[in-house]
Design a protein around this ligand. Sequence first.
Ligand code: MN
Length: 133
Amino acid sequence: MTDNSQKKIILVVEDNPLNMKLSGDLLELNDFEVLKASNGHSALEALKRNTPDLILMDIGLQDMDGFEVYRKIREDERLNSVMVVALTALAMKEDEDKIKAAGFNFYITKPIDTKNFIKTIKEILSKVPSSFR
Ligand code: MN
């Protein structure tokens, strides 16, 4: 699809420049429109002007953690239909439980699996009920 209006918009919230570049490049190469924020405040600022289809949310950020950003996102009804995926290096069971309990739609562990990353993103997007759009 070459029509820009058809592109899915992904907001990547990530404070590590290398991780940001890797996810951003993979998404752009696969025809997603990518918005980037390197901390919680700039993510919330970007969300005042944009309603992405999906947010990739790093949990470990400098100014506030991903859980706090997530709670603020969920306070905004306009963003109800936005899928929020935790992006975390934490892979222990207790962390997984904490992420699920917080209400994140899904989570992806870092370092990201570059071979399956796009497939995973597309699968997550396909799980959005049509009534949510
Ligand atoms: Mn981080």
